[in-house]
Design a binder for this molecule. Structure first.
Ligand code: BDR
Ligand code: CA
Length: 316
């Protein structure tokens, strides 16, 4: 599977990048960065560091530093640390990002490999929206788009930055609405399933002690993330948000999906909410009428996803 990952490392992004790198079925053609868990400079540096430390040879392309229309929020240091990687004083990268922008790289790569590219977005959707604006025809030429973002209300999960909004969608709601309503096949991997997929400390300890340098790195960066989730949610572990999107690309049978048009609310107190309408429900013509039918994950075999992550990271 030829893959582009659009990301904002970010502790769970870093774990997702390692998962994708070590998964045999993924050919990582490039990594594009977007502001979110840190400033665009921070997340690009973090991506380069991860690539250099773990010999990930994919080119890194820097993307958007701010949302399309709303103001940029300060990075959530309380979740990911001031440096986006749990304040472990990770080495600074020696190399730099390529000159070509993230959106240009996404467009060019999809055009070069028609119907072969899976784009996995695990941050704000700004780069994907810009790519679509630059070259709308990519929507017909991409194989699929998998997004960690949003919440459809399954398993009682509705939001993590507001009662109704998930961070990646809230952070650039206009981009999210453009991406969700474009005529390309999107699967939303939202809090509905990622909050069900908790990596508890005993399994993480097992994985990290068997995964060499990657294990030591994952253990170190995740201390901050784990403290945040145990203090705020009382969980003895943390949700594997971004890993779930990679897992969906690798093993979609581990997820239950529902189809329907999905829109993101762009303003007001519901900003960032993702709302899906099933094709079976009939409403008078309105905001969802012409939106394409997409897929949203509503359930997950969490133990199987965590075991897949474990197998990939600890393979000899
Ligand atoms: C999403 O927001 C970020 O904190 C994580 O990296 C993930 O992509 C979860 O809401
Ligand atoms: Ca992320």
């Amino acid at each position: 599977m030829k893959v582009i990952i659009d990301t904002d490392p970010g502790i769970d992004d870093a774990m997702a990048l390692l998962f994708a790198h070590y998964a045999n079925d993924i050919e990582l053609l490039g990594i594009t960065t977007v502001f979110g868990n840190g400033t665009i400079d921070t997340v690009t540096q973090n991506t380069l560091t991860i690539c250099e430390q773990f010999q990930i040879n994919a080119p890194v392309h820097q993307g958007a530093g701010a949302p399309l229309q709303v103001a940029v929020d300060p990075p959530p240091a309380f979740v990911h640390g001031n440096d986006g990687l749990g304040d472990i004083d990770a080495p600074k990268p020696k190399g730099a990002a390529r000159n070509q922008s993230a959106a240009n790289f996404i467009v060019e790569t999809i055009l070069k490999h028609p119907n072969e590219i899976t784009v996995i977005g695990i941050g704000r959707l700004t780069n994907l929206a810009i790519a679509l604006q630059q070259h709308p025809a990519i929507a017909q030429l991409v194989k699929k788009v998998v997004i960690m973002g949003g919440a459809l209300g399954s398993n009682a999960h509705t939001g993590n930055v507001t009662p109704v909004a998930e961070a990646n969608i809230y952070g650039d709601p206009h981009a999210a609405d453009q991406v969700l309503t474009a005529p390309w096949p999107v699967t939303l991997v939202g809090l509905d399933v990622t909050m069900q997929c908790i990596m508890h400390r005993p399994q993480l300890q097992k994985i990290c002690s068997a995964a060499g340098a990657a294990g030591r790195f994952m253990w170190a960066i995740s201390r901050h993330f784990e403290s945040f989730y145990s203090a705020s949610r009382g969980i003895n572990g943390f949700p594997m948000h971004d890993t779930c999107a990679i897992a969906y690309a690798l093993a979609p049978h581990l997820f239950t999906t529902q189809s329907g048009a999905i829109r993101a609310v762009t303003q007001g107190i519901s900003r960032g909410q993702t709302i899906m309408v099933s094709p079976d429900r009939k409403f008078p013509a309105g905001a969802w009428t012409d939106a394409p039918i997409q897929q949203g994950c509503i359930d997950i075999d969490a133990a199987a996803v965590l075991n897949l992550f474990q197998r990939v990271l600890t393979r000899p």
